[in-house]
Design a protein around this ligand. Sequence first.
Ligand code: S3P
Length: 458
Amino acid sequence: MNMSMTQPVSSPSHPVVRSLRVCRLGTALTGTVAVPGDKSISHRALMFSALAEGETRIVGLLEGEDVLRTAQAMRALGARITRENDGRWHVHGCGLGALHEPADVLDMGNSGTAARLLSGLLASHGIMSVMTGDASLRRRPMKRVMDPLAATGATFLAREGGRLPLAIKGSATPAPLTYRLPVASAQVKSAVLLAGLNAQGQTQVEEPVPTRDHTENMLRHFGAHVTVEETPEGGRIVRLEGKPRLIARDVTVPGDPSSAAFVLVAALLVPGSDVIMTNVGLNPLRTGLFTTLREMGARLDVTNERTEGGEPVGDLRVQASSLQAVDVPADRAASMIDEYPILAVAAAYATGISRFRGVEELRVKESDRLASTVALLEKNGVRTKVDGNDLIIYGTQGAIPGGGVVETHMDHRLAMSASVLGLVAENPVDIDDTVFIDTSFPGYFALFNNLGAGFAAA
Ligand code: S3P
């Protein structure tokens, strides 16, 4: 039995704190589960259907806090959004260019994706809006979207350092943008493309490294004309024709590979485990973790591969494996950017010294994930080193000491990574707060308990 505890207490930054103690699991994880819907695709499904003419039905929408914030914001901007008892969501769009001016501040909670993507829409409609978020989101950089979007003709007023709250006076006649991304970011690419929807003419975004292309795929699904050219340097140029007629189209959201990652690594590390996850998204721009874990020696099989709603999906079978250290190249970072904290747990358990190259973008996630991942490991007796923009992890050959108190800094992926580390560490691991897991993975503990994890926090 895995002894765990929950202790709700109040705090000034958010109302409820749920701490948790996780002890080593003495039995295997086994069974078949379906992880919740993809967060990136869910945000986009709500935003694009809110701009389309007619009614979109969405199946498999992630009902995590982040996505619920997007639903709330799109309602405030004029879309009619309802949830049926069978779990389907219905969106009656207002039509492109017809967003209403919101009566109140738009609160995007913990969600960087919601804030960045929405900025593109707000900048390209002739409305005035103010956007804010929780303490984590208010620390994150918005300049990366404000800078390119200002060229549409919109004006922005942000806090020092380009932080939320942010006031946006959108342009009623936005100019189309041509922009080369200075960082590999699907959020920035998407913000620019979304601004281009309501601009006359062609919007063009060049990305030096390909990032997740859910925006491109789904805009096409709703009827926009989007082309992609590969550059000789390995990048991409995405072009969008402005003022498309967006028509409501049903959307099926696959399971989130970034959520599957936690179950996957837990099953690899807990001896004797054998787990199947059904209906996991397999977009090649999201599966860098699978490649990396296979390089480490993971027994990971994909079956029943198919395409659903324009995205590749399949079932994953994962069996406990003995893992070796890995050297992850920098050009793979974009395809696994959210998976480094949980990969760090796998590397800590593995044999040998791992290096994750070029992971500087981790510094601007829900927490400074480079610092918080280092602290997660160090506090539990695992040696690490940050060398420039590389993270080095000294594997323990299956003997993570544990015994640490982990600070999650309002970061869902830190909390989930710590819980997996606790399942295999030699001493109990205390997690200061697991509340933020609900932003991306509602039902996390219950799903793990169905596999035999025995968390008391379900
Ligand atoms: C996302 C893009 C990534 C990722 C985030 C979701 C998206 O952020 O970390 O969780 O849906 O576009 P960046 O674009 O900042 O890398």
